[in-house]
Design a protein around this ligand. Structure first.
Ligand SMILES: [Zn+2]
Length: 314
């Protein structure tokens, strides 16, 4: 499970701006969504055979909108589509609409999952597609009444549901189906303007301490020390971390060395920025232009964290 780009962006903005309550709530609900997906993944891993494939957070071009699917599980006898929700307040489902607190209309969760079915069904050629909304919150806070009883699962029903659907006539190879499906997806951020982007121009510039988010005051050639919380970080790691965060704040564009140098501030020489980019990022232009692939991941979420000379310590 990945942290969504929007969640990562909201975290960075929270570290670099004084966000309003609306945007902070958005961050909170993104975090809750992530936790719900993580908890669901744990149940999945414990219940399904190793050769099944699990694909998460896939985005497709629908007829006239983007369609995002939370989780697809490919078994040899069927394909499961799960939409994972982790709502923390009370909701009521009435006549095809989900209502939140103060009767705010949310959306129809069953229409959302049926758009996902429309994407997958044509690719399946008769292989059964089983879809469910899954509600991961510990508390029973969604009142569906008896409507749609077979279309959703509560967290504590997931295990038994998977157990009951473990076997069937073998119809496809999970790996081959995944290979066919993945090229049809688009990057999850493609064409998306997150609402919180309006905060980016206000974001504090410079290389910030990863703990208290104040600007480092003690910067030497190789290491930075935060005098507020007394942590030490290698200059190289701090710069890679800041470049990644800059990339997320400007997720629609590749990384440009001169823009990053400007963002980092006058006490980070352009030559360091360039050296760091060349060492850790993939160049996509000829050497005179200094443009690099935007990894769209905070450093903490890189698959392989590079070795840096100075470890962070308290
Ligand atoms: Zn600090």
């Amino acid at each position: 499970m990945n942290h969504t780009l929007e969640e990562q962006l909201l975290h960075i903005l929270n570290e670099r701006c004084q966000l309003d309550d609306y945007t902070k709530r958005k961050l909170y609900s993104q975090e809750m969504g992530y936790r719900g997906e993580q908890a669901f993944q744990q149940i999945l891993t414990a219940c399904i055979p190793e050769h099944w494939r699990v694909l998460t957070d896939l985005t497709f071009h629908g007829a006239n909108q983007r369609i995002q699917l939370d989780c697809i599980v490919i078994a040899p006898h069927c394909v499961f589509l799960f939409e994972i929700k982790n709502y923390q307040v009370e909701f009521h489902y009435r006549n095809g609409t989900l209502y939140g607190p103060n009767d705010i209309k949310i959306h129809d969760p069953f229409a959302q999952i049926s758009r996902g079915e429309d994407i997958l069904a044509p690719l399946l050629g008769g292989v059964p597609l089983i879809s469910r909304n899954v509600y991961m919150s510990e508390h029973d806070i969604i009142h569906f009444g008896e409507a749609c009883r077979d279309s959703y699962l509560k967290r504590w029903e997931v295990k038994a549901f998977l157990k009951n659907n473990l076997y069937g006539q073998k119809m496809l190879s999970p790996d081959k189906f995944a290979e066919r499906l993945l090229p049809r997806t688009i990057p999850s951020h493609q064409g998306l303007e997150f609402e919180c982007l309006e905060w980016v121009p206000q974001a504090k510039r410079g290389i910030l301490c990863p703990q208290c988010f104040l600007e480092y005051t003690d910067k030497s050639r190789y290491k930075y020390i935060c005098q507020n919380c007394n942590i030490t970080e290698s200059a190289e790691q701090a710069l890679v971390r800041t470049i990644c965060d800059y990339g997320i704040m400007h997720y629609q564009a590749p990384l440009r060395a001169y823009e990053i140098a400007e963002f980092c501030g006058p006490d980070v020489p352009y030559s360091w920025v360039l050296r760091t980019l060349n060492r850790h990022f993939e160049r996509i232009s000829n050497p005179s232009q200094n443009i690099y692939v935007n990894p769209l991941q905070r450093l903490t979420y890189w698959d392989k964290i590079p070795k840096f000379r100075y470890k962070r310590r308290k």
